[in-house]
Design a protein around this ligand. Structure first.
Ligand SMILES: [Zn+2]
Length: 321
């Protein structure tokens, strides 16, 4: 079966590779990885975002961040079927060559330790999307589980401005509500929630309120529906049908062309039945067919994200690989 081009704005396979360098993205006989090249290719993978996420038990400095970048180059980009996406032109070239685009993202700026030259270095290395925090507070902002529920610090505000200038996308998925609204006010560019669902459907702080969804739609940002079972359904077993309820809520708020995917594969230790790795993602498209047009489904699975990236990534790479 031919699948629509698939874009997934969040996975944590790099973090798993960081924890165990014996694992292989090319070929994973251990079964420990969700995201492998083979599965992306099988699913019609077009662009996959790879998040740099440093687990809590590791040091907070730049070293594990740079190790993650090194792993991204050695373990992901070394595959001949993968191409680094830094610019709109790269997307086009990857598509022409039939290669899967790899987008490097950073989840939590803790490791930058207030160093703006480190941010620029990461940009030069290919980082094109940044979430200020993971779940806790850092020097830039408070994450969603931080008890004081603060917003952005002065330096966090500078970081937002610098990302706008460089052409790094801003991702609000782990921010507090206060941080969300401060970033929405401050950012001169549309922003994304790479892996968050609808709070009206599943009341979890990692999900977006209807007002937040409306605000993202108003600036022509993007919302990546995620497959984290506990962000999909509050109690009982989450199903593919429950995922569609989140999609429908965003559509009802006017966001059909603002939807995309942010699976969180490899960032979760339990999965929704039928959505446990990229090879299974097309099943969601099949389940959506009775309710949505082919065009809407194609938009949701890839075109909405590609259009956003083409509009908001720098037009040319500073380098290519
Ligand atoms: Zn996350």
């Amino acid at each position: 079966m031919k699948h629509d081009p698939l874009v997934d704005f969040h996975c944590d396979v790099l973090s798993k590779l960081l924890g165990d360098e014996s694992l292989s993205f090319d070929n994973d006989p251990t079964g420990k990885l969700d995201v492998t090249y083979e599965r992306l290719a099988q699913a019609g993978g077009c662009i996959q975002a790879f998040a740099i996420y440093i687990p809590e038990h590791m040091e907070r400095g730049l070293r594990p961040v740079l190790r993650s970048v090194d792993l991204f180059y050695r373990s992901i980009l070394s595959h001949p079927g993968i191409k680094l996406i830094c610019s709109a032109r790269d997307i086009n070239e990857a598509q022409q060559a039939g290669r899967i685009g790899a987008l490097l993202t950073l989840e939590g700026v803790d490791g930058l330790q207030e160093d703006f030259s480190a941010l620029r270095v990461l940009f030069h290395l290919g980082v094109r999307s940044i979430g200020l925090t993971w779940n806790h507070a850092n020097w830039a902002a408070d994450g969603v589980l931080e008890p004081r529920q603060g917003g952005l610090t002065g330096k966090g505000r500078r970081l937002v401005k610098l990302c706008n200038e460089l052409g790094i996308l801003l991702d609000v998925s782990h921010l507090t509500d206060k941080g969300f609204w401060e970033l929405a006010d401050l950012s001169s560019k549309p922003f994304i929630a790479s892996h968050s669902n609808s709070r009206a459907i599943c009341d979890h702080p990692r999900n977006l309120t209807d007002d937040q969804i409306r605000a993202i739609i108003a600036v022509d940002g993007r919302i990546g529906i995620t497959f984290v079972p506990w962000f999909v359904r509050k109690s009982g077993e989450a199903t593919v049908t429950d995922v569609i309820r989140h999609i429908e809520n965003v559509c009802e708020l006017g966001g059909a062309s603002h939807l995309m995917l942010g699976s969180d594969y490899d960032g979760i230790d339990s999965h929704i039945a039928g959505l446990s790795h990229p090879g299974e993602t097309p099943r969601l498209a099949e389940a959506m067919q009775p309710y949505y047009t082919d065009e809407q489904i194609a938009g949701f699975f890839g075109k909405n994200a590609i259009q956003f990236l083409e509009s908001h990534l720098p037009s040319n790479s500073s380098h290519s690989i």
